[in-house]
Design a protein around this ligand. Sequence first.
Ligand code: NAD
Ligand code: DAU
Length: 361
Amino acid sequence: MKNVLVTGGAGFIGSNFIRFLLSHESGVRVINLDVLTYAGSLLNLEDLPDPERHIFIKGDICDSDLVNSLFQKYQIETVVHFAAESHVDRSILGPGQFIQTNIIGTFTLLEAARQAWITDKLTPLENCRFHHVSTDEVFGSLGQNDPPFNENTPYSPRSPYSASKASSDHLVRAYHHTYGLPVSITNCTNNYGPFQFPEKLIPLMIINAVAGKPLPVYGDGMQVRDWLYVDDHCEAIYLVLKNGQPGETYPVGGDNQPPNIEIIRTICEVLDELLPQSPHVPHSSLVKYVQDRPGHDRRYAMDISKIRSTLGWSPRKNLKSGLMETVSWYLQNQDWINAINQRGDYKNWMQDNYAERGQKK
Ligand code: NAD
Ligand code: DAU
């Protein structure tokens, strides 16, 4: 790896990945293409190790002229594609941008890689890799006793978000089978950790609890997600880039699946411990059951035997210590939170998504 195009590198996982890559790969140069939607911020990239090896380009992955020019200018031989609209609730209220970014954006990148690596032969193909960062949500929803998803599970997406990610996965595989593009895919479960935008469950609950605001639990709170600390996901992607086989898909997950309400109660306990003087102790009294997410997937779980046995990867961080570190990070980064809280678009989102949900029970 010499010249790595990271898309969406100002977002949650992308910024953590760039930090990981720069500290693990001394010869690498990162070209970070990010349009800076509401979810992306240069604040997420302020503490990079060796920042001179990071080049930030503000631009859209759907802009084919720009993307083609980056392959030429920087001799890109590795792509790590994170850029996406990533929030399920937003895809329910406004699916159009998900189709544009997640499907057309991925198509645009694939075409640029095909042009540079296969048609123009700018870089020897054996050195190239297009890695697509995808999600477990493409597989649909599990019943209580169903076995976990694995790399052979048929696709069954059920939200506009997961359908757009499924579509992008299919395109990536099609470019491998049809044109011989050296691709790989990871389908990962729910990430958490520093720099996650507070529209997602864990940071939202931390920030609301600290402020003494209600903790909105969708439905009965018994939906199950499989939680993985973001650094573990970054390491999995890194190992797939180094040692994974072109054309392969690797499921990635945290091997732990508590129901949402249990995660929320754990966050409250951690806050009770870290902020014993808070007037909001016990923070669990802030829990408020609200109207469910339409089409809410009930349960996800991932069988990670393939990446464990072929690449020797397994999650390092357990949920309790990961949550403790994550809560501490949010407590110590009030400026980062304030920058988001003050934005009108964030206030509008909170209003649009939560005002109508009301009290469920
Ligand atoms: P995020 O929403 O925090 O960040 C997305 C980033 O992409 C932002 O910086 C945004 O500005 C950028 N972006 C959006 N549209 C763009 C465009 N058209 N051109 C250029 N940049 C654009 O997302 P995240 O949680 O970091 O997720 C990253 C990837 O990982 C996504 O593809 C997501 O589907 C996948 N994923 C996420 C999780 C999770 O739990 N967060 C789990 C599995 C897979
Ligand atoms: O599974 C991987 C996926 O995980 C990624 O592909 C997505 O990009 C990422 O956003 C995440 O999707 P989820 O929908 O699972 O994450 P979210 O944090 O939005 O919700 C987690 C669970 O918590 C889900 O069951 C819905 C519930 N929830 C969420 C919010 C925001 C609540 O009960 N209340 C809330 O306010």
